[in-house]
Design a binder for this molecule. Structure first.
Ligand code: MG
Length: 252
């Protein structure tokens, strides 16, 4: 948790961190203040999404689990039916946003510097560069990290966690906060499974269920187009579900 690793302070909220607190500043007090401010900003972001009927999906995983590759294939499959944009989070470089833009949709890169997660303030700044009124679907690719991103609400509607088969099949047991948060878990790169003798998909799902999670778990390969329809259907269903929960004025 970020209460202990100290990564709460980002360029998006640094002013809040060092603003003097009434009655004197304590570390715990400052961190609580940052998390409370993050939650308020996340609610503000969610109000933006809801006002425009935009489904916001937050993708989280360890580095290298295939988030950007999944998004590239997903955009190609859905861009004829939905207006899509992407917010990319990485410590440095514009590389992932460049990859996404090559698929014909707007992408805004957030570079966090040393911060290992996105927070609601950073996301809000990026939202001003996107045409929310012209979107149906916003993907947020969080910084590759299985710990801290789970602690920061961004205003998203759903959390998706990727677990690649080139990682350990006990990751849900080792990182319970992240996996317990997930509305959907994607087992990625399953085209590698025939070449691996140390990843058991059954054990991975058992570790997830032991967290009392009933989130769907879909095995997919974006590169080899394996089982992508399950994931794409889930997105279509969630767009309908979130819009049905909104006042009709937002989705007219
Ligand atoms: Mg990426």
């Amino acid at each position: 948790m970020c209460e202990t690793c100290g990564c709460n302070i980002t360029h998006g909220n640094v002013e809040l961190a060092y603003h003097p607190l009434e009655g004197g500043t304590t570390t715990v007090g400052a961190l609580n203040r940052l998390l409370a401010a993050n939650d308020r900003e996340a609610a503000h972001n969610r109000a933006h999404f809801d006002a425009h009927g935009v489904l916001a999906l937050n993708l989280m995983s360890a580095p290298g689990a295939g988030k950007t590759t999944l998004l590239e294939a997903t955009i190609d499959a859905l861009k004829a039916d939905f207006r899509i944009a992407v917010i990319e989070g990485d410590l440095e470089t514009e590389n992932d946003a460049v990859r996404i833009r090559a698929h014909g949709v707007p992408a805004r890169q957030i570079t966090t510097g040393s911060a290992c997660h996105l927070d609601a303030h950073m996301l809000h700044q990026a939202l001003h560069d996107l045409p929310l009124a012209e979107l149906d679907l916003l993907f947020i690719e969080n910084v590759g990290n299985l710990v801290c991103p789970a602690s920061f609400d961004l205003g998203q509607h759903r959390d998706i966690v990727l677990l690649s088969v080139t990682e350990g099949d006990d990751k849900p047991a080792k990182y319970p906060v992240m996996f317990r948060t997930a509305d959907l878990v994607l087992l990625t790169k399953v085209d590698f499974l025939p070449h691996l003798d140390d990843f058991d998909p059954v054990r991975a799902e058992r570790c997830l269920r032991e967290l009392a999670s009933d989130a769907p778990l879909y095995p997919v390969s974006a590169k080899k187009s394996i089982n992508m329809q399950s994931w794409l259907s889930w997105i279509r269903d969630e767009i309908i579900s979130v819009r049905q929960a909104l006042p009709q004025a937002a989705v007219a």
